[in-house]
Ligand binder design. Structure first.
Ligand SMILES: Cc1cc2nc3c(=O)[nH]c(=O)nc-3n(C[C@H](O)[C@H](O)[C@H](O)COP(=O)(O)OP(=O)(O)OC[C@H]3O[C@@H](n4cnc5c(N)ncnc54)[C@H](O)[C@@H]3O)c2cc1C
Length: 295
């Protein structure tokens, strides 16, 4: 049996360049990036992981930003916390669904320390930011020394607690495009306790045509119902090009239930979670539609 040791080398970085240098020097070693520490410290405390090196990026003030531009949309740096997103006036004005999502992430204490990017990098399949980011067509910027690439939010998590970030890389930014006119977005999660991880969560984006009659675009993100967050592409197709009614949302919910793979746990069976996801999708879709009609 492998002995779990609690010893590690602590390597703090103060600039992105310094962090990428450290990552390039240790990419073949067992290291972990430390941001707010809310998930990493817990995993280490429970001896689930025992990295040899900790590369601390909490001091990268150049990645602590939330910026909005009418052409490029919203950019959230890797050190922006849940709480700063929740309290950002520009985010509330332009992407209110993200503030609504943040209000139910963990506790204020965890939101004060934990970063949004760190939550995505931890890749818990029930974490809250992924569904609204999938619905908003967000991308994650991933950097290594001398290189950068972007990955769709829907492709960022690749398995339970595993992401597209490779050794030597770090996620540096979330990028969200400007929302088209006549667009409504909504997200909700169902959890057993306030601020707990979701049993299932759903985000829906609906864009209507100029007459606000027909759906020109729909995007659906779900979490808690598979090994990663899921984009329900087939359910989106049910809505596109049609007038959205409760019956059509019910049809989309039935299709979405075939696109997810929930697993049974002490908090609920797979069948229960599948039904829950369908019910949430109908409710969330209705609110997204109302918002698109008023936008
Ligand atoms: C009690 C509790 C309740 C919670 N409830 C919820 C909840 O209801 N909903 C929810 O969504 N989340 C919940 N969380 C998770 C919480 O949101 C995350 O722990 C937090 O956001 C992670 O961010 P961090 O900055 O603390 O990351 P860390 O803990 O520092 O890191 C987390 C992981 O991501 C990696 N990482 C961090 N930043 C980067 C980066 N830039 N590039 C590459 N890898 C990186 C780390 O190496 C580590 O593997 C809960 C956490 C706790 C402790």
């Amino acid at each position: 049996m492998k002995t779990i040791t609690t010893d590690f080398d602590y390597l703090p970085a103060t600039t992105v360049e310094e962090a990428l240098d450290l990552l390039s020097q240790h990419k073949d070693d067992e290291y972990r990036i430390l941001a707010g520490g809310q998930s990493l410290n817990t995993a280490m405390k429970h001896r689930l992981i025992a990295p040899e090196y900790i590369i601390d990026i909490k001091g990268l003030l150049d990645l602590d930003y939330i910026k909005f531009d009418e052409k490029e949309g919203l950019k959230i740096g890797a050190l922006a916390t849940h709480r700063s997103l929740e309290k950002s006036p520009i985010v509330r004005e332009k992407y209110g669904v993200l503030c609504e999502m943040e209000e139910n992430v963990a506790s204020v204490e965890t939101r004060n320390w934990g970063t949004v990017v760190g939550d995505l990098c931890n890749a818990d399949p029930a974490a809250d930011p992924a569904p609204p980011l999938i619905a908003l067509d967000a991308k994650l910027k991933i950097a290594s020394k001398g290189e950068a690439r972007t990955v769709d939010a829907a492709e960022f998590a690749v398995d339970f607690f595993d992401t597209a970030v490779q050794p030597g890389e770090m996620a540096t930014e979330i990028q969200i495009p400007v929302l088209p006119p006549n667009t409504g977005v909504y997200f909700t999660k169902y959890s057993q306790m306030l601020g707990d991880y979701a049993l299932a969560s759903v985000a829906v984006l609906i864009t209507l045509d100029n007459k606000k009659e027909s759906c020109t675009n729909a995007r659906i993100g779900l979490a808690g119902v598979g090994s990663t967050p899921i984009r329900a592409k087939k359910a989106e197709e049910v809505l596109k090009g049609k007038k959205i009614t409760e019956a059509l949302l019910a049809e989309a919910a039935e299709v979405a239930k075939t696109e997810i793979s929930p697993v049974s746990g002490i908090e609920g069976s797979a069948d229960y979670k599948r039904e829950l996801a369908g019910t949430l999708l109908k409710r969330v879709g209705k609110v997204a539609l109302e918002r698109a009609q008023k936008a």
